[in-house]
Design a binder for this molecule. Structure first.
Ligand code: KIV
Length: 256
């Protein structure tokens, strides 16, 4: 269990000590509490809630009201872990919207916010930080762009992508983000970014050399069996456990 409240400074300090940062998604009270009790220092109410909890086909359907609802539920766990929330699709198109909506997530209990993009959202990132709200960047494959990109593609293979990722990471770091997610970035590029910037990188499907790793908890625990990312090795099969518990109970009560 974490013995003390984790802050953005503690997360930064972990990189300085060379300590890997374990991060997971949590969308409600019990998952936030359980993951906190398991000692995970970094929890994210990701907009992946749209897919693994709300049944949407992708994250572009998630609304601010849904994010607030789930951030409130997770924040009631009063975790020692640092707890953040995703700004959903279209909620940070303008600087004014970005600040208003980041404040709404903070009012719901988020201790930081995350949004997807580099230079394209730099004014929004700067304004959120100027409002005193810690910000986590998100570069690489950006799930909120899945419709325009026509799928979830690995980033950093081409030289122009490699250079853009590196420059965007430097811009976000210079703006003052406390961490940044690197999603589906080729492992050598993720390694290079992690070495060249002082801000912790939290990888997902981006190889072992990021400063930390984040997963959608349902992928790790095998509780969303209908979609299995190739880069995740589930550590449990909760879906099968639930089905067999239900079958055992049905049997016990004599139901067919
Ligand atoms: O929405 C999400 O859960 C995320 C993480 C997996 C990085 O953005």
């Amino acid at each position: 269990m974490n013995s003390a409240k984790v802050t953005v400074d503690s997360i930064r300090a972990m990189k300085n000590r060379g300590e890997k940062i374990a991060a997971l998604t949590a969308y409600d009270f019990p998952s936030a509490k359980l993951l906190d009790e398991a000692g995970v220092p970094f929890l994210l109410v990701g907009d992946s809630v749209g897919m693994v909890v709300l049944g949407y086909p992708d994250t572009t359907h998630v609304t601010m009201a849904e994010m607030e609802h789930h951030v409130r539920a997770a924040a009631r766990a009063k975790t020692n872990a640092l707890l953040g929330g995703d700004l959903p699709f279209k909620s940070y198109d303008t600087v004014a919207d970005a600040v208003v909506n980041a404040k709404r997530l903070v009012a719901a209990g988020a201790e930081f916010v995350k949004a997807e993009g580099g230079r394209e959202i730099l004014p929004q990132v700067q304004a959120i930080l100027a409002a005193g709200i810690p910000f986590c960047g998100h570069l690489g494959m950006l799930p909120q762009h899945v419709l325009e990109e026509g799928g979830y593609h690995i980033k950093g293979k081409r030289d122009d992508e490699h250079q853009k990722l590196l420059e965007d990471a430097k811009l976000l770091a210079a703006a003052g983000v406390f961490a940044m997610v690197l999603e589906l970035v080729t492992p050598p590029v993720a390694k290079e970014i992690s070495e060249k910037i002082s801000v912790p990188t939290i990888g997902i499907g981006s190889g072992p050399d990021c400063d930390g790793q984040i997963l959608v908890t349902q992928d790790l625990t095998g509780s969303f069996p209908w979609f299995k990312p190739r880069f995740v090795k589930p550590k449990a099969n909760c879906a099968a456990e639930i089905k067999s518990a239900v079958a055992a109970w049905k049997n016990e009560i004599g139901a067919r």
